[in-house]
Write a protein that binds this ligand. Sequence first.
Ligand SMILES: *Cc1c(COP(=O)(O)O)cnc(C)c1O
Length: 487
Amino acid sequence: MAMNYFSTRDSALRRTASQAILQGIAPDGGLFVPQEIPSVDLTELIGLDYCALAAKILGLYLTDYSEEFLAAATKKAYGGGRFGDLPAKVVRLEDGLFSMELWHGPTCAFKDYALQLMPLLLTEAKRINGDDSKTAILVATSGDTGKAALEGYRDLDGIEIAVFYPDHGTSEMQRLQMATQEGSNVHVFAVRGNFDDAQTGVKKVFTDAAFAAACAAQNKHLTSANSINWGRLVPQIVYYFAGYFQLVRSGAIKLGDSVQFCVPTGNFGDILAGYYAKRMGLPVSRLLCASNKNRVLADFGASGSYDANRPFYKTASPSMDILVSSNLERLLCHESESCAETAGFMQSLASDKKYTIPAALLERIHKTFGFGYTDEDACFDEIRATWEKDHYLADPHTAVALALARKERGNAAPCVVLSTASPYKFSGAVLAALGGSKQGSDFADLRALESCTGIPAPGVLRALQDKPVRFNEIIAPDEIRSVAERL
Ligand SMILES: *Cc1c(COP(=O)(O)O)cnc(C)c1O
């Protein structure tokens, strides 16, 4: 049966899967959600390898893509050992507590699971819809998304990608990951100012009507690579199933037993994929939403009020430093009475940076979700304690979730923490948490962390030091537009 998508703000606004992926955001500002959530038979899925499992699950949602295409695309994205010997590998820390390592892909961050596949989905969406325009992708990044997007979109026909990061606003490692990027269609710029300046510069280009008209005249189409696109969300559903099946195979649980997942959360995309997995029939008793010091979601879970009027903190887990978690809109849409209600919340968020949901809706959300946060000191304590007790090295994002899982998981069901980045992407912070002193450069920190733990860093990070830098141009925020013009 064909699956269609509607806008979170208007159920009459319908699109096919490939149209939803091409458009990214609905014309009314809403996000595309599936009209119904398919259910699965676990016994039919448990025997599949990761690529076949991904093709099967994606096929239920992306009904206007062919089976052959999905089988080939998932092999290309996840096959050949590109995500380690076993994608989404689950590691036992202690009785009932597990870490699902999502960072063995090409850029050492979990965003690779989405961004290795999404570009293939976009190219195929253009083909299905007879769209022969050139796609120009603009990405403002504080680090991880930019690199994962560059690696995913490099050398694809009909696509140019430009990434903008704040000059001096990323780690040395993150900067070099981007500055040494290979590919014939990639462009990387440092922008004077902070992340907000880069993001505002990019948003200005997206909302410039004259610019859009000029693009249309050249048969060019601007789009972004951020996590509100359905094509970025849907691949993430797969690893919840893959992780669960590993627990069954290892004998930690029996098929049908419940598990909990604890997810380090920023834009609410990763944890929302877990919600879809549960609704499809995966036995998930609870999804724990872990925030860092920017605890807007934890406060929302406690009070039902989402309030973005608050100070913004820069933390050791920068990919979770977010005040507006866009994908929460999708959850509200699925759990609330109507799209009109969701549209109302979002209107109030736009005008007052705040909204409050009714008590009954909050109660429904609490049936599935728990919320909590880990401040900076507790995050560093967790990195040290996990190393000392379990001999396990966690990056700061993972540690935010681990600390919450230890506090909240109880004994009712095993808990799987989603581990979202290699600890070596944040060597300085991890080294400091273990009591080492920072060495003055990211590479020296990496080597010091290797020698103090005996755990080798991923080869791609170690090799960065010797790769030629291709991009070192620094521009002003208002030059982003002229870059976009030239793509
Ligand atoms: C993006 C990111 C997150 C947050 O994921 P969301 O889908 O935005 O909630 C957590 N950890 C790392 C390392 C990330 O890069």
